[in-house]
Structure formats: structure tokens, C-alpha cells
Design a protein around this ligand. Structure first.
Ligand code: NAP
Length: 311
């Protein structure tokens, strides 16, 4: 087994991890990026990004993230598929277990992001990939000419609903309250789209039909009137937010009640040599540009840390 000790390992390959890779690469630290279970992060599953500075006409999310990756590779970043199953951060160098391999490193940048949340309905899991999805850009195409439901009241739900109107004959947006979390511009766009119909104060109780191995209807309940009914649809897309990917650090690093890593002084986790950036530590902004910004900060902190400890 090689006794190589890396300068820095970056967990995650979304825009925070890739920005950290560009900066640590340019600092000649030869970063290793572990890509995680969603290579490219959330940007790789989105469509047009209109608010990343420098792209006046917008840029497709996958293209933006691919550009960042090429930029990191140009400066010597190494990429590896794999998911960290265990960490030892009590001893130095730190040890990360990836499959059967142990990777030793002086510093860690946690940029593992956040993953889509599910509703937890009885039949939901059985129908994932058969009409239940959290990624409109991945699966919308399969439902051309069909009626679709989107769940949620935030920007993700509006974005998914708008995107799905390209394929669906009708999109029903189902939200558990009557007030929306979405920004005004996104809500206005969705309201102005004739294919999108709103069902508010309504919750999904289950999704049918696991026996047929396809989505045929949603069981709905109006939380004000108590009315229950079935809405025939061919797909259910979730747009109900995300969970931080920080379980491997549970009990080792400080987290808030929802599992987001707690940071101080911008990107410090409280353990010297370990920094967190992007959505795994950000429940407030969660934008590509803020994730990139904190990725840059984490990289600069790693440079300083390695200098201080003499590596
Ligand atoms: P979010 O703002 O947290 O909204 C999640 C929505 O899902 C809320 O309306 C919430 O309902 C609902 N929800 C959560 N759990 C639910 C459950 N178990 N059952 C039913 N409904 C549930 O998340 P997001 O929409 O993913 O947005 C996250 C951040 O990314 C925001 O800052 C947003 O602005 C940003 N974003 C921006 C864009 C864009 O600008 N193009 C696109 C996507 C996301 P309640 O309201 O009742 O809590």
C-alpha cells in the first residue's frame, strides 16, 4: 500500500469543490477531488444558469461545471470517483476510507453539497425511476404529452414546473401551504405559464401504482377542507429542498439541527486543517456563486494552514 500523504483532499465536485480545486491547483498543492455520488453537484442537473456573473446570455449548468473541471485539471487537480465511507480526523494526517483504499491527507475541504429531499410516502421509493423523480432535467423528456405533478413551493419547484412545461401537456404544482417561499420573479413566471396549474394547501398522501411499476395517480388531501381525492398523473417531480451531505462527519464536526456543518470565520469547521464550503454548510444562500466563493476561501485557508504547519 502506498504511504503517500496528500496535501489536500476535496470532497465533492460541485462548484464549491471545483473552485477549491482550481485555487489549490494553482497553489501547486496537487489536490485530489473525490467526486462523490453526484459528480458535478446540483449544477449538473440544472438547465440555464442566468445569474452566474460573466455569462450575459446565461450558460447551461452542466457546461458551467464542466468548464470549471477543465480549469481545475489544467492546474493539476486529480479526480477520482468514489464515496467516503469512514473518516479519521482525530489523528494526523487525516485518513479517509474510500472503498478498500485509505487516503492520508494533511487537509480536507468538505464540499459535499446537499442532495434532493424525498417525501417519505409509502410507495415513493418503489416508484423512483418509474415516474417519481427529483430531477426534471434528467427525466422530464420521458413524459412528453403527459400530465405531471411537481411538489413544493420554493424556487426549485417553480424551476422544475417551468422546465417540465416543455414536455408535459399539463403541470400541476402542489404546495402544502397557500404562501410561497419562491422568489417573486420565479413565482410570476410560473403563474404566467398557461400549462401550470396551482393546488395549494394540499399534501400528497401517497403515489400510485407500485403494482403497475408506473405512476398513475397521486392521493391528495386538502389540509384546510380535509377533502381527499386522486389526481391522475404520469409523474411526480419533487422540488422540496435538499439535505446536507455531512453524515460522515456526524459526531466529529459540529452540525446544526438539520445536519448542516457549522462554520465560523467563513469556512473553519473548528478542526484546524478541515474546512467546509458550499451547500453542505450553507442553508441560507445556496447559490452557485456563493458556493464558488466559499470554495475559494477554503482553498486559501488550506494554503495558509499548510504553510503554518510547515508542509
Ligand atoms: P426551499 O426554498 O427550502 O423550498 C422548499 C419547498 O418545499 C418549500 O416550499 C417547502 O414548503 C416545501 N417542502 C419541504 N418539505 C416538504 C414536505 N415534506 N412536504 C411538502 N412540501 C415540502 O428549497 P428550494 O426551492 O430547493 O430552494 C433552495 C434555495 O435555492 C433557495 O435559496 C432558492 O432561491 C435557490 N434556488 C434558486 C433558483 C433560481 O434562482 N433559479 C432555483 C432553485 C433554487 P414550506 O414553504 O411550507 O416550508
Amino acid at each position: 500500500m502506498s504511504e503517500e500523504i496528500r496535501n489536500v483532499v476535496i470532497l465533492g465536485s460541485g462548484c464549491s469543490g471545483l473552485t477549491a480545486a482550481i485555487y489549490t491547483g494553482r497553489a501547486n498543492l496537487k489536490p485530489l477531488v473525490l467526486e462523490g455520488h453526484e459528480p458535478g453537484g446540483q449544477l449538473s442537473m440544472t438547465t440555464l444558469v442566468e445569474n452566474f456573473p460573466g455569462w450575459p446570455e446565461g450558460i447551461m449548468g452542466p457546461e458551467l461545471v464542466d468548464n470549471m473541471r477543465k480549469q481545475a485539471e489544467r492546474f493539476g487537480a486529480e479526480f477520482r470517483m468514489g464515496h467516503v465511507s469512514a473518516v479519521d480526523i482525530k489523528n494526523r494526517p487525516f485518513t479517509l476510507t474510500v472503498g478498500k483504499e485509505e487516503i492520508k491527507t494533511q487537509a480536507i475541504i468538505i464540499a459535499s453539497g446537499a442532495s434532493a429531499r424525498w417525501l417519505g410516502l409509502p410507495n415513493e421509493k418503489a416508484l423512483i425511476g418509474h415516474g417519481v423523480s427529483s430531477c426534471a432535467t434528467c427525466d422530464g423528456f420521458f413524459f412528453s404529452g403527459k400530465e405531471i405533478a411537481v411538489i413544493g413551493g420554493g424556487d426549485s419547484a417553480m424551476e422544475e414546473a417551468l422546465f417540465l412545461t416543455r414536455f408535459a401537456s399539463r403541470v400541476t404544482l402542489i404546495h402544502r401551504r397557500s404562501a410561497f417561499r419562491a422568489s417573486k420573479i420565479m413565482l410570476d413566471r410560473a403563474r404566467a405559464n398557461g400549462k401550470i396549474h396551482f393546488l395549494t394547501d394540499t399534501v400528497v398522501e401517497d403515489v400510485l401504482d407500485p403494482a403497475a411499476k408506473e405512476v398513475t395517480a397521486l392521493k391528495l388531501r386538502n389540509v384546510v377542507s380535509g377533502k381527499v381525492w386522486d389526481l391522475p398523473v404520469s409523474a411526480m417531480f419533487l422540488g422540496i429542498g435538499h439535505e446536507p451531505n455531512a453524515k460522515m462527519f456526524q459526531g466529529l464536526l459540529e452540525t446544526d439541527d438539520d445536519g448542516y456543518l457549522k462554520i465560523r470565520d467563513y469556512v473553519h469547521t473548528g478542526v484546524p486543517g478541515i474546512y467546509a464550503c458550499g451547500d453542505v454548510a450553507d442553508r441560507r444562500y445556496r447559490q452557485a456563486i456563493t458556493a464558488s466563493g466559499t470554495g475559494c476561501m477554503a482553498a486559501i485557508e488550506v494554503e495558509k494552514y499548510l504553510e503554518e504547519v510547515g508542509h
